[in-house]
Design a protein around this ligand. Structure first.
Ligand code: FNR
Length: 361
């Protein structure tokens, strides 16, 4: 393989070579049989294009607006845990890359750098991802800190009442996370003799009683707009709109939670049809090519988030690697727009793609 990767998938191999096995497995792995992990990527492969020709594509505008923030392309950094396992600079490097690519970073609740460190490191637009622990005052404190430090929205991850069964982490006895934001707030010392310490930690701390009615509580502790991450059905999409969320993220948590959940690109249209444009819909899971970004937009997403490729870029080449991952995806997306006859993201329509169920007339 060339030293300088030419696509996102090549970053994965570089990351594998750079990282201790326990950490690489943590980043790369999915739940149980990893059926959904493969499907997240492969379902994109089954969608083909209906490209239009002889459109003036001498200028292409990739930019878009998410919750009133203009970004250079509809590609956002998903919240992923523990960036210091990939690189000593951790989320600070990721945030700087987001800033230089003019995109949004969603900082994970389980970050290795603090909210304050990330905020001080760059002026990227930042959203804060929230898990709700049994000790509810932790969420309240962290939300206030995020607000005070200029984070613009909350992303409530709602698919994790418990941690999915990640067998690589069980075999490797994955370490207990060091969460900078929780210093002084939580002194839980949890370990497992037999399996993943991370899973034991999550079981001890996460509030599995969290439910739709708690959205009211969340709204009472913040003025920030709230997006819900982890929606895969029309039923939950409708509920989310009813409780007044500012946006929906169609996600199966990178296939790390419930195996045999649908590939997110397959679930997207059901949610789009249910929401009927009332709130913006984003999606993540398996986006590895600019063609994938285009397909997600054609099926109704306003933007995609990328998880693992960012961490692989960080592990392989630090801040520069994250920047390259985003730039490569943007370049591929721009080329896809040119070759499908779409000079701006507004020109991308449902008619530009064909899903596997649609017959060719
Ligand atoms: C995640 N994801 C995640 N989601 C979240 O809401 N909070 C978190 O802390 C994490 N942590 C995390 C760690 C790692 C290593 C991975 C791979 C994923 C899920 C993440 O936000 C996103 O949904 C998926 O990563 C998207 O899929 P791809 O792009 O990784 O295929």
């Amino acid at each position: 393989m060339a030293a300088e990767p030419v696509n996102l998938n090549e970053f994965q191999e570089l990351a594998r070579l750079a990282l201790p096995k326990m950490y690489y497995d943590f980043y790369a792995g999915g739940a149980e049989d990893e059926h959904t992990l493969k499907e997240n990527v492969e379902a994109f492969h089954r969608i083909t294009f209906r490209p239009r020709i002889l459109v003036d594509v001498s200028r292409i505008d990739l930019s878009t607006t998410i919750l009133d923030y203009k970004i250079s392309a509809p590609i956002i950094i998903a919240p992923t845990a523990l960036h210091k396992l990939a690189n000593p600079e951790g989320e600070v490097a990721t945030a700087r890359a987001a800033a230089s690519c003019n995109t949004i970073m969603v900082l994970s609740f389980t970050s290795s750098c603090s909210i304050e460190e990330v905020a001080a490191s760059c002026n990227a637009v930042r959203f804060y991802q929230l898990y709700v622990f049994k000790k509810r005052d932790i969420a309240a404190t962290l939300v206030q800190r995020a607000e005070r430090n200029g984070f613009k929205a909350l992303v409530l991850t709602a698919d994790t009442p418990r941690l999915g069964r990640r067998e690589a982490d069980i075999k490797n006895k994955m370490i207990t996370p060091q969460l900078k934001n929780l210093e002084g707030l939580l002194s839980t010392k949890v370990s497992s003799d037999t399996g993943s310490n991370l899973e034991a930690y999550a079981k001890e701390t996460m509030d599995a009683s969290l439910s739709w009615k708690d959205l009211e509580w969340l709204r009472s502790i913040t003025k920030l707009p709230i997006l819900i991450k982890g929606i895969l059905t029309r039923e939950d999409a409708i509920k989310a709109v009813e409780v007044g969320v500012a946006g929906i993220i169609v996600s199966n948590h990178g296939a790390r939670q419930l195996d045999y959940s649908p590939a997110t690109i397959s679930a997207l249209e059901e949610v789009v049809h249910a929401v009927k444009g009332r709130v913006p819909i984003l999606m993540d899971g398996g986006v590895r090519r600019g063609t994938d970004v285009f397909k997600a937009l054609a099926l109704g997403a306003q933007a995609v988030l990328i998880g693992r490729p960012v961490v692989y870029g960080l592990a392989a080449k630090g801040e520069y690697g994250v920047r390259r991952v985003i730039e490569m995806l943007k370049d591929e997306f721009e080329l896809t727009m040119a070759l499908t006859g779409c000079p701006s993201v507004k020109h991308i329509t449902r008619n530009h793609v064909r899903t596997e169920h649609e017959r060719i007339h």
